[in-house]
Design a protein around this ligand. Structure first.
Ligand code: AMP
Length: 243
């Protein structure tokens, strides 16, 4: 894990070693799209190429779960997460606010999984304005429902390093075990069929208005998320004339 990701996970306590920026204008973007559309995979590919920082709130909650002492608020958040429900805006916004310095990263940032509600988007706008930085775009990855379900039910996540695989589309070298750290792969509790059903409903009810929010602010860019991760990545880079 890079030093700057450690800073995100540690609540901004650890020092940051940002890489030299890719261009004079580092990319600052929000990634939107339904669960299972591949936001996390695209965030990793884009961050490697753009040298931006990958800031995922889902990873933050999962790493908090694996850590030591858990506060009452966080415990409540983890229960919501296991059910596939959204964590309360108050808790999520507070966790991002504690790490707001990451939004000033010289290499830029890709926010993956935040904001998820209009209230979170407004809070993000306030944080960015306080830091005197502006969001370049909100990328919305789009995919038909049947493909989303196939991706989610086949997804397996490393219990140690959180690397993501898929039983058919991106299988590990040894079934059930992580290629990178050799720990066991697990199916996330929120990738179980009942939790998936809840997450899709939550997405439509809560996150869809976010798409309207960014459209009204002239920031929305839609990307078709069919094909391999590399194809989606190239499509995204072309959209921003980054290749
Ligand atoms: P993700 O890995 O982004 O799919 O997030 C996994 C789970 O973490 C979600 O289903 C929510 O329970 C919780 N979560 C992550 N980010 C947020 C957020 N911005 N707002 C509310 N809940 C979140």
């Amino acid at each position: 894990m890079s030093a700057k990701r450690q800073r995100w996970f540690s609540g901004g306590e650890l020092p940051c070693v940002p890489p030299p920026p890719f261009t004079d204008h580092p990319c600052r973007m929000v990634l939107l799209g339904p669960p299972g559309v591949g936001k996390g995979t695209q965030a990793k590919l884009l961050c490697e190429r753009l040298r931006a920082c990958h800031l995922s709130t889902g990873d933050l909650f999962r790493s908090a779960r694996c850590g030591g002492a858990v506060s009452a608020a966080l415990r409540e958040a983890l229960v919501a997460m296991r059910r596939g429900e959204l964590v309360s805006d108050e808790i999520v916004i507070e966790m991002v606010r504690e790490r707001a310095e990451c939004l000033q990263c010289l290499g830029g940032f890709l926010l993956d999984g935040f904001p998820r509600t209009v209230q979170q988007a407004i809070a993000l706008e306030e944080m960015l304005s306080d830091l005197n930085v502006a969001l370049d775009a909100a990328i919305c990855f789009e995919l038909p429902l049947e493909e989303i379900l196939a991706r989610l039910t086949g997804r397996r996540t490393c219990s140690a390093c959180q690397a993501v695989f898929h039983v058919t589309a991106q299988p590990p070298q040894v079934a059930g075990w992580c290629d990178y750290c050799r720990a066991a792969l697990v199916q996330r509790a929120d990738d179980q069929p009942e939790a998936i059903r809840v997450r899709m409903k939550v997405y439509h009810d809560e996150t869809q208005p976010l798409i309207d929010f960014y459209e009204q602010h002239g920031k929305l860019q839609r990307v078709l998320a069919t094909g391999s991760p590399e194809e989606i990545f190239e499509r995204t880079m072309k959209l921003f004339s980054l290749v």
